[in-house]
Design a protein around this ligand. Structure first.
Ligand SMILES: C[S@@+](CC[C@H](N)C(=O)[O-])C[C@H]1O[C@@H](n2cnc3c(N)ncnc32)[C@H](O)[C@@H]1O
Length: 295
């Protein structure tokens, strides 16, 4: 919403300036009064714009999403598996220092996979690593309304942080399955997953699969909820509609919910249930979408 307001303010400001420049009386250039008024209003808009930007750029993690006590403690328990030391917990513009280290490790795992292969034949951008913000995931999951015994999938599960968070947030889930392409990340995820039951004894069972989620051997036909941190996933030429993932999701049963980030699924196969914009006002301007498979 804030981003929309900023865009509207910028548009309105530039319209005003354009109008004052075009305004003529008897062929004369704009009057001083109009220019002064335009400058005054534009300054006010600019101040408002910076005020809104200030709100947008609040400290990461300060959070505008209200979490229940259970949600907060589930997320905290999972965070403590990933960011162990105080140094790991330090907040940077790219996430915690721990997440920055994990991104560097993920880049190395990607290069290991690409080494010696023809660049035209290997995946690259779609393998970009990041971890979804916990409060955003919690809010999106709430909108997806997990049911007792449902199976949750994270397609592109990385080191498993979103997967373990879902298992901790929703112990009622029957199983949480993470599918990750890069072997190095899959192995790291196994390490974190082995510690989950000690950190969150009630967590739902977790299973990790090292595969390309597009592969027909990856069976998602029993999924109740699918999550994909899809911000860098392949899209159609419109730059926003998911292609590979959209194709895979055709295998889902009717009524399954899908959570995507920054990318959309094609209607009418999927109906949008909920959109959450930049919830935490941090520097990772992620928009989350919750969809329901309609057919
Ligand atoms: C942005 S990360 C998200 C990690 C995790 N979901 C989280 O939020 O913590 C996306 C992950 O998807 C993996 N990925 C991308 N395309 C994939 C595919 N076709 N099959 C399996 N994994 C894939 C990448 O290697 C990367 O680890």
């Amino acid at each position: 919403m804030q981003a929309e307001h900023i865009e509207a303010a910028v548009n309105f400001g530039s319209q005003l300036l354009a109008y004052s420049d075009e305004f003529t009386i008897g062929g004369a250039k704009p009057t001083v009064q109009l220019s002064t008024a335009a400058i005054g209003i534009t300054s006010a808009l600019t101040l408002g714009l910076f005020g809104a930007l200030g709100l947008l750029l609040t400290k990461p993690g300060t959070g505008k999403i209200a979490l229940s006590e259970e949600e907060a403690s589930a997320l905290e328990a999972v965070s403590s598996l990933y960011d162990v030391t105080d140094a790991d917990k330090a907040v940077t513009e790219r996430g915690t220092a721990g997440e920055v280290k994990r991104k560097q490790a993920a880049e190395k795992f990607k290069l290991d996979y690409q080494r010696g292969k023809d660049v035209r034949e290997v995946r690259d951008k779609t393998l970009a690593y990041a971890e979804v913000e916990g409060a955003l995931l919690a809010a999106l999951l709430r909108a997806a309304a997990p049911q007792e015994g449902e199976v949750f999938f994270d397609l592109g599960s990385g080191m498993g942080r979103a997967l373990l968070s879902a298992a901790a947030l929703h112990p009622e889930l029957g199983e949480c399955v993470g599918v990750e392409f890069l072997a190095g990340l899959h192995k790291q995820a196994q390490g974190y997953a082995s510690k989950l039951s000690r950190a969150v004894p009630r967590a739902a069972p977790v299973r990790l699969v090292n595969a390309d989620f597009c592969d027909p051997s990856v069976d998602i036909s029993n999924a109740g909820i699918v999550f994909a941190y899809s911000t860098r996933y392949a899209t159609a030429s419109d730059g926003i509609t998911l292609t590979e993932l959209g194709e895979k999701l055709k295998e889902l049963p009717k009524g399954a919910r899908v959570i995507t980030t920054d990318r959309r699924l094609r209607a009418p196969d999927f109906q949008l249930i909920k959109q959450i914009n930049d919830p935490n006002g941090d520097l990772q301007l992620t928009t989350g979408f919750v969809w329901r498979k309609a057919t």
